[in-house]
Design a protein around this ligand. Structure first.
Ligand SMILES: [Zn+2]
Length: 583
């Protein structure tokens, strides 16, 4: 029986799709490539083959098929992995308990959650019991079709309607308690969710972990969620990610909102790349989860000032994790659900989306008033600089002139100030690491220390490597002077040699040359924070050009001070000064 199921699962599921839920994969030739989830690395050596339906990591040697991948990454036994993948493929299998032992008499926790969901959905449709809930949904412009699509349900107002139902289905009390749906009362168990509209929360692979409930009958908090426990951890999940992930991959962006209704409304209006954080603070886990599918995120929280202030930190968490953050500002006093429910709402929302600001500019705008007032100026500037210094220089480079203008200092002074904060941060981290010396730090082997390659150089090469139209458009003479390290120059020359990237890759592999791969990987990692290649090319090449100009400027400046500069050099000096100022 298992053999049949294994074959069926392999037929229905694509390994690229399954692994893509955990690893951000890029197409390289026939295969896909990404950072290995099983060992720490900065250079992607993890390959997935759609033809063979296998994966292999050249770094740590892990490899296998879809089953071994799921077992390893989810920490499952074979039977559990089978169950997990069968559920995903929509193939019915006997249920296995959470503990890993096959036990057909007891339902799994996921199973109990699904049974509860069926009950909530049936209650919503029940002519008498669900009337109040249906009226509420109509008032919020949620049609019956939409309720079906998002599996919205209704937890009746009585104390034990769900628990009675679960008892009928022979669910033991212990399991019901573990599911978080039932609570232990003084006399008897009772339902956690009563008189609430129910929103199911699934994890990235579609398993039902929790519910959120909005009260419409009785007393209590407006929203409550399933408790943190065996199944659910709020820090590690995003509402509607399971439904949105395909769309996020295709559109190469996610939209992040706060609540259930906002997320559902956006999906209904065609923004199917939307997920909700269920609160304004975002964790690193959630940031990494989003980044698996796209490195661009539009944050669209409520427009009240207190809400926005609280979210700046979340935005930096995302950007630090390599996600390019844009902040969508809605008209005053509106949340996405309000806005999109009104006439012309979609047009207004799209306009806000088009005007979304990069994080750095958003932060600058947010602090503008405080920066203009004498008493608040210093603290506002500090706050801004502390935030910006957390980001990679490449993320900040395009905005330096703007920021320095607002702060009233010269760009290179701003650069120095940022460098100083950065080095203080690094120092702080180092001290932290020294104290905890048991923590092993993995060293990158592939790039040797004596060959210093700048990430910007690598990024420049990576952009050209990736885009044949760019290679044709750009003249090598304009680019070569920007690249200084010898290995980078060699790779750049190869890229411009006229051979296809596939051909070069083959050649390097045959010759056993690692360096080009390391450089490309380094550049790729650097470019990750940009959406389209075109954008990264603009940013990378101008940042590098600027850097070279600044270096030249410094060198000439020294010469000038010593009185050693020639007339030509002086002219060059003023020329560069003018260029640097103009940006
Ligand atoms: Zn590995």
């Amino acid at each position: 029986m298992d053999d049949g199921a294994v074959r069926q699962i392999k037929e229905r599921l694509d390994i690229v799709d399954v692994i893509g839920d955990y690893v951000r994969l890029h197409k390289t030739g026939k295969n896909f490539r990404g950072l290995c989830p099983f060992h720490q690395e900065k250079t992607p050596s993890f390959f997935v083959s759609p033809d063979r339906q296998t994966f292999h990591c050249f770094g740590c040697g892990e490899g296998g098929d879809i089953f071994s991948f799921v077992m390893k990454i989810e920490g499952l036994e074979f039977k559990e992995a089978l169950d997990f993948l069968a559920q995903r493929a929509g193939i019915p299998l006997p249920t296995y308990s959470m503990g890993g032992k096959v036990d057909k008499s007891k339902p799994s926790l996921y199973d109990i959650m699904e049974r509860a969901l069926s009950f909530f959905r049936a209650s919503l449709k029940d002519v008498a019991a669900g009337r109040l809930a249906r009226q509420y949904l109509v008032s919020r412009q949620i049609t019956p079709d939409a309720a079906t699509l998002f599996e919205i349900g209704w937890a009746p107002s009585s104390w034990d309607s769900l628990w009675s139902k679960l008892q009928e289905e022979k669910v033991p009390f212990k399991e019901a308690l573990d599911s978080g749906l039932v609570l232990e009362g003084r006399k008897k168990p009772y339902d956690r969710f009563r008189g609430r509209i129910m929103f199911p929360i699934r994890d990235v692979s579609g398993r039902l972990l929790a519910f959120g409930g909005r009260i419409i009958d009785g007393d209590g908090a407006k929203y409550i969620n399933s408790p943190e426990g065996i199944l659910y951890s709020k820090r590690q999940n995003l509402y509607l990610l399971y439904q949105a992930k395909q769309s996020i991959r295709e559109k190469n962006r996610s939209i992040l909102v706060e609540g259930y209704m906002d997320a559902i409304r956006l999906h209904l209006c065609g923004y199917t790349e939307t997920v909700a954080s269920l609160g304004t603070s975002l964790t690193e886990d959630q940031a990494r989860l989003l980044k698996r599918f796209s490195n661009r995120c539009f944050i669209c929280y409520d427009s009240d000032t207190a809400g926005i202030e609280a979210t700046v930190r979340s935005m930096y968490v995302l950007q630090q994790n390599g996600v390019d953050v844009r902040v969508v500002e809605l008209p005053k006093g509106k949340d996405p659900d309000d806005l999109l429910s009104q006439e012309e709402g979609k047009k207004l929302f799209q306009r806000s989306l088009d005007k979304a600001l990069p994080l750095v500019l958003f932060h600058l705008t947010l602090r503008r008033t405080q920066l203009e007032q004498e008493e608040t100026r210093r603290s506002a500037a500090d706050d801004l600089l502390r935030g910006i210094a957390q980001l990679s220089p490449i993320d900040v480079a395009p905005y330096l002139p703007r920021i320095s203008a607002v702060l009233g200092i010269l760009p290179h002074e701003l650069q120095e100030e940022l460098d100083e904060i950065r080095s203080r941060n690094v120092q702080g981290n180092k001290e932290g690491q020294d104290r905890d010396s048991s923590f092993p730090i993995e060293k990158e082997k592939s790039i040797q220390k004596n060959e210093e390659i700048e990430p910007l150089e690598a990024a420049l090469i990576y952009c050209l490597w990736n885009d044949s139209s760019l290679r044709q458009k750009i003249h090598p003479h304009d680019i070569f002077p920007l690249v200084e390290s010898l290995p980078a120059k060699e790779v750049l020359a190869a890229v411009f040699s006229g051979h296809s990237p596939e051909r070069l890759e083959e050649h390097w592999r045959d010759m056993g040359e690692d360096m080009p791969f390391s450089i490309l990987a380094m550049g790729g990692a650097f470019c990750e924070s940009f959406g389209e290649d075109q954008d990264s090319w603009e940013a990378v090449s101008s940042a590098l050009e600027r850097k070279r100009n600044e270096q030249k400027f410094q060198a000439l400046h020294k010469k000038m001070l010593k009185g050693e500069a020639t007339k030509e050099e002086l002219a060059l000096y003023w020329g560069i000064a003018k260029k640097l100022k103009k940006r």
